[in-house]
Design a binder for this molecule. Structure first.
Ligand code: MG
Ligand code: ZN
Length: 228
């Protein structure tokens, strides 16, 4: 969110931001009602840029193709590179290009859903804009949140960005095949995640080698099965 210090008092900026969040909450609740009515499980996927959201989703769409009817709404500031990668799976993909906005909002999701036939879907992933800060505040109407952090980012991300990690239903450590090369301490990040998000389910996986994907897929199949 940008503002001009010359024209906007801090109180006014705060007030506007609260109104934006209130409006977003109302739209998110309408989205949630729509998804419930159509029997679609919605997973909001969040992380810093480059943590492997697209890689995990591309592999997931391909591997679950025969079990789960899934689609992705993908948000980026610019380019449709991620949408093009995801399209290779054959799943329906909708790209949202946000321009300068560093997160997705619930009304963008509502509009993007007009391009999908929700009745033909079991599962909708939302790949949020890569950002560990403001996406935390914007409910999109999702069923659950998955927050990714890669071994290449270091062990302290959950401690530095607690607001986002606290909202995670599932915390996924990605690129674990690189852990040794990075001198990454998986035990330490588990400890940090446990302190910040004690109820989150923690998973370690590699979209490249397939390590840990069975648990991820079982969890997804369970969610979709319970819902239908
Ligand atoms: Mg991506
Ligand atoms: Zn933002």
């Amino acid at each position: 969110m940008t503002n001009s210090p010359d024209t906007a008092s801090p109180h006014r900026v705060l007030h506007l931001h609260e109104r934006v969040l209130d409006r977003n909450r109302e739209q998110a609740s309408r989205n949630r009602g729509l998804f419930r009515d159509r029997g679609v499980v919605v997973i909001n996927v969040l992380s810093a840029p480059g943590s492997g959201k697209t890689a995990l989703l591309e592999r997931t769409l391909t591997d679950l193709k025969n079990d789960v009817r899934a689609a992705v709404i993908v948000g980026d500031l610019a380019t449709d590179n991620d949408a093009q990668r995801l399209c290779r799976s054959g799943a329906p993909i909708v790209q949202i290009t946000t321009g300068t906005l560093c997160h997705l909002e619930a009304d963008m999701i509502a509009r993007a859903c007009n391009e999908l036939d929700l009745d033909t879907l079991d599962l909708l992933f939302i790949e949020n804009v890569g950002n560990l800060v403001c996406p935390a505040s914007f409910d999109l109407g999702e069923s659950l949140r998955v927050v990714l952090t890669a071994v290449t980012e270091g062990e302290d991300k959950p401690l530095k960005y607690p607001t986002l990690f606290k909202t995670a239903d599932i915390a996924v450590l990605t690129k674990v095949e690189l852990a040794d090369a990075c001198g990454f301490d998986c035990g330490m990040v588990r400890k940090n995640l446990g302190a910040i998000a004690p109820t989150a389910d923690i998973m370690e996986l590699s979209a490249r080698t397939g390590l840990g994907l069975t648990r991820w897929y079982d969890r997804i199949r369970g969610l979709v099965h319970v819902n239908t």
